[in-house]
Design a protein around this ligand. Sequence first.
Ligand code: NDP
Length: 315
Amino acid sequence: MTEEKVKVLIIGSGPAGYTAAIYASRAGLNPVLVTGGEPGGQLTTTNDVENFPGYPEGINGPAMMVDLQKQAERFGTDIRYGLVTSVDFSGYPHKAVVDEKHEITADAIIISTGASAKYLGLESEAKLMNQGVSACAVCDGFFYKGKDVAVVGAGDTAAEEALYLANICPKVHMIVRRDEMRASTIMQERVKNAANIEIHWNSSTEEVLGENEVTGIRIVDNVSGEKSEIPLSGFFVAIGHKPNTDIFKDYLDTDESGYLLVEPGTSKTKVEGVFVTGDAADRVYRQAITAAGSGCMGALDAERFLAAKEFEMAQ
Ligand code: NDP
């Protein structure tokens, strides 16, 4: 195992990680950023980003992440391609192991590992990803304005996405696998009262149809076994997200879904010197802009923590 000591380690390379890196670099903290297994994060799996302020014409998701990386590098962020495979927050300073072979000891750690959308796992769904299949209606729904779409899922996210899409699409099919929804009562009522949302109860998606773009779906009635095809252009998967937080669970508190808990209004965890930013701690908003904003908070919290620590040591 090789070893090194750094002041600030940032784990993750989505908008939260890179924003933390830009702020920490400009503050002279010489951060090292370890990208994770999907450099650039969830935005690299989307096409056009039109809701990030500052891009009047929109920007391609992967291109935006390249820009963020360049901006972080411009101020001296040391970017490493690799995956943090374990951490040890039992003492201070903290430790993180990259690719099971390189141990980084850091005075402050900013966790920006994000979350991953869950998918159904169908071959056709993977084939048509970003060609009609999406896991974010707020991000991609606009591209289906005026077209028929489907949302799969029955939780609050699915209900919210269906309602969002119902405002811009003539017809929204909601594919619900049981005979009831998990979403809060008020959201269920809204969905049921929307004239252009059709709920397909007890239904599972068997296949997403289309070659280079989605042209429809084939669903199966889980009770009768009857199959039917629905022509549509957009297929939104809203069956939940999984925060990428497994490696931290021995040291940090999480909610029941695995999202890391922070002191409200800050990025501070219960371990001093460990901060969380972005989707890893955000089950509600999960937007690039909110992740970037919290990345800024993480860097500022880390900077203040380190300044206080230095002052303490000097006494
Ligand atoms: P949830 O875990 O609450 O719901 C997931 C939904 O997807 C469930 O209805 C589940 O069905 C369905 N599902 C899971 N796997 C499959 C599958 N393979 N095929 C078909 N359907 C599937 O996730 P959400 O993202 O909706 O919500 C996460 C949390 O965030 C919740 O606590 C929610 O309340 C909260 N939230 C709050 C919001 C707000 O307050 N504005 C907005 C969005 C989310 P089943 O019910 O059968 O298990």
